[in-house]
Design a protein around this ligand. Structure first.
Ligand code: UD1
Length: 424
């Protein structure tokens, strides 16, 4: 059990350093197997999803060592190309290893990642795109088996700018023969980071950050050293937490350019947001103004911040509306916020949140990673105590949310904490 206790509202003031990006580093870890040489990643967050990916790489014979935020991956002796089922079920994004393994070894197999608490999350775009590059893929008994004598560049049009599918195609195509053009590519900062990293390994890529990325296949890639970017979703979570604490907080170690749509939304809700070069200051007085918000692919408002925003608006000065267009299952958190006294009704893609001055507090369960962070946000604007159970979800993506928010004066602590699993 992992349980968090929040003592109630406190005005939040202080400075919080932001950890390296979860969604940024996982594809870099997958990419590191494209070369036989050692890769060193720095600013790597010590979170469960990173430990899980290390476990997968270790299982396949690639040695991983994480010390003080520096992760060394040596994939020279990799002997296996099958992903361990128990890990794949824990972390769906392991599916991007398919592209990397096909690129380096011409084969890969994994069990199908299956359903998930935030929505269906199929991998059909991934499979269709890898087939277009020349992979033969069989789907049988919940398993995906992929083989390719040689991957060949081609033009791929994604039906939706899927982050994971764009990553998979990039990883498969950097060692393919000829040129690959990805149309309808995702434009998220994590895609730009992956392209920058692959270029540092010697790949030929241009166009990242737009919906058309061109990859010129290379014969081989080399190892490198690379610093993981600050986590824009953790930063967004703490900006929203600072607003819940009607505070004055500075975040450091982030790229403010990655958060434009978030700044826009938080300013509409009444916050004063001042971005610097690698830092952001946010100040908030009084209750948030009500909002109409819709999630969408980058540069739209991130679906990963929808639940924390919803939690903030529970104390808005009126009625807010949110439309979730990316993951249909995220509204499970609305029910949990209800247990903490929030007044939310959900119909299809839309949620209506009727703000009240302060939440009473109570007990609720984290249903997913960002939903857990939303319950923390609710606890920060409650008059009573809040207890959040099932916080292992939060530990998948936040190094230590209690440590970080205490730096700004929050009354928050772990009652129980799942022991760090590392690679067991
Ligand atoms: C990544 C992020 C996640 C974020 C999401 C959207 C990682 C590890 N996770 O997830 O935090 O919320 O981007 O910004 O980086 N889809 C299909 N078929 C597919 C692939 C996707 O239908 O083959 C659908 C999904 O069900 C979803 C939408 O496309 O409705 C977006 O998914 P995608 O962008 O692929 O998200 P992930 O890469 O899984």
């Amino acid at each position: 059990m992992s349980v968090i206790h929040i003592g109630g509202f406190r005005r939040l003031c202080g400075r919080i350093p932001v950890q390296g990006s979860k969604n940024g580093v996982l594809p870099l870890m997958a990419a590191s197997v494209l070369s036989e040489e050692t890769t060193v990643l720095t600013n790597v967050p010590a979170i469960q999803d990173v430990f899980c990916m290390m476990g997968i790489l270790d299982f396949m014979g690639s040695s991983c060592l994480l010390e003080n935020g520096e992760l060394t991956i040596s994939p020279r002796d990799m002997g296996r190309t099958d992903l361990p089922a128990c890990r794949v079920k824990q972390m769906r994004s392991s599916v991007i290893l398919l592209g990397a393994l096909l690129g380096r070894f011409g084969q890969a197999s994994t069990c199908y990642p299956g359903g998930c608490s935030i929505g269906k999350r199929p991998v059909d775009y991934h499979i269709c795109a890898l087939r277009q590059l020349g992979a033969e893929i069989e789907e049988e008994g919940g398993c995906i088996r992929a083989k390719a004598v040689r991957l060949s560049g081609t033009e791929i049009r994604l039906p939706y700018p899927s982050v994971g599918a764009t990553e998979n195609v990039l990883l498969a195509s950097v060692l393919a023969e000829g040129t690959t053009v990805i149309r309808g590519a995702a434009r998220e900062p994590e895609i730009e980071e992956l392209c920058l990293f692959l270029r540092t390994m010697g790949a030929g890529i241009e166009g990242e950050g737009t919906d058309r990325i061109t990859v010129r296949g290379r014969k081989r890639l080399h190892g490198c050293r690379y610093r993981t970017v600050g986590d824009r979703i953790v930063a967004g979570t703490y900006l929203i937490a600072a607003m819940a604490g009607r505070g004055d907080v500075e975040l450091t170690g982030v790229k403010p350019a990655h958060l434009e749509s978030v700044f826009h939304m938080l300013r509409k809700a009444g916050a004063a947001v001042s971005p610097g070069e690698d830092r952001i200051r946010i100040r908030m007085e009084g209750r948030p103004r009500p909002l109409w918000a819709e999630t969408g692919p980058y540069p739209g408002f991130p679906t990963d911040l929808q639940s924390p925003l919803m939690a903030l608006l529970c104390c808005g000065e009126g009625e807010s509306r949110i439309r979730e267009t990316v993951f249909e299952g995220r509204y499970g958190t609305a029910l949990e916020l209800g247990r903490l006294g929030a007044d939310i009704s959900v119909a299809g893609e839309e949620a209506v949140i009727r703000g009240i001055p302060i939440l009473p507090g109570g007990t609720a369960a984290a249903r997913d990673l960002r939903g857990g962070a939303a319950l923390v946000t609710a606890g920060l604007q409650s008059e009573g105590e809040t207890i959040i159970t099932d916080c292992f979800h939060i530990e998948r993506g936040y190094e230590d949310i209690c440590r970080d928010l205490r730096l700004a004066g929050a009354d928050i602590r772990w009652l129980e904490r799942k022991a760090k699993e590392k690679k067991e």
